[in-house]
Design a protein around this ligand. Structure first.
Ligand code: FE2
Length: 297
């Protein structure tokens, strides 16, 4: 366990990545020094689990803005609570009652069960996402995280050499079109971009595979061949030794690095238990361009 300063504690939760951060209240303005501790831990551990935070949307947005500009959410049936910078993951309506199983927002949730990196289909892909618990079920509904950085590090040198320099095509739409209901056609058409298959963290130079459900082809390769390669790499990155499964507790907020990790939702009894988590997403622009230094605290 690292004790930093007199209050903030950073404790590793997995042999390869993920740390738990305690001893700080993120719902009030942070000092530059406290933010620096979090920023450095974020770049090192890739996933930070904050305990005992009780965000409302305003304080969640304010904390998230330390990392850079926030994304504006794309309209879809599961994102009508507080459109703008907040995306809500829930099985509840605004009245607090369960949504019917055939509600479009429930179908939309299935998209999140595929391993992915948030907003990899945008020209400026997301730096980070912060998911904060408002209501959590007693069992199930874990979020899985995989370190594509640790997975990359374990590849043989000749495989790394073969993959570096490749470019992947990412689409907002998934290969399983049934999961795309509710998005506007123009949004589906617009969100098709390319990114390098291997990305380096600008602070520490550590490389990671950049794959997941939105990566669907390799530029210059027949589509099916590229899709198979991406599926193979995504399966490789999400083997048990590279995965941490987060069981949510009241007051948890988890920050993940979308540049080097994949994540997915897992099921729970959504007719029995209530679950509501709010997400902010930090765009990549500011930190990617100025990462030699800490973003504005
Ligand atoms: Fe996600």
């Amino acid at each position: 366990m690292d004790s930093i300063g007199s209050r903030i504690t950073v404790k590793r939760l997995h042999p390869l990545f993920v740390a738990e951060v305690t001893g700080i209240d993120l719902t009030v303005p942070l000092s530059r020094g406290d933010f620096r501790v979090i920023w450095e831990a974020f770049n090192e551990y890739q996933i930070l689990v904050f305990r005992d935070q009780h965000f409302d949307d305003d304080s969640q947005i304010a904390f998230s803005r330390h990392f850079g500009e926030l994304e504006t959410m794309i309209a879809h049936p599961g994102n009508d609570w507080n459109p703008g910078h907040i995306s809500v993951m829930t099985n509840l309506g605004k009245d607090g009652n369960f949504l019917p199983p055939d509600h479009p927002a429930m179908a939309h949730r299935a998209r999140n069960e595929d391993w992915h990196s948030d907003s990899s289909f945008k020209p400026v892909a997301a730096l980070a996402s912060l998911l904060a618990a408002r209501i959590v079920p007693p069992v199930g509904g874990n979020t899985g995280f995989a370190s594509a950085r640790a997975a990359w590090a374990d590849l043989p040198a000749e495989r790394k050499a073969a993959l570096e320099g490749m470019t992947a095509l990412h689409r907002m739409t998934l290969r399983d079109a049934d999961k795309d209901k509710g998005y506007k056609e123009e949004d589906k058409q617009r969100h098709v971009v390319t990114h390098p298959l291997v990305r380096a963290n600008p602070v520490n130079g550590r490389k990671a595979l950049y794959v997941g459900a939105h990566a669907q082809e390799i530029v210059g390769m027949p589509p099916e061949e590229g899709a198979r390669l991406i599926e193979e790499l995504t399966a490789y990155c999400t083997q048990p030794q590279y995965v941490y499964s987060h069981q949510w507790r009241d007051g948890d907020a988890v920050l993940w690095d979308n540049r080097c990790t994949l994540h997915r939702a897992t099921p729970f009894d959504n007719r029995k238990y209530k679950r509501r988590l709010h997400r902010t997403t930090i765009a990549g622009k500011s930190p990617d361009s100025a990462l030699a230094t800490v973003p504005g605290a």
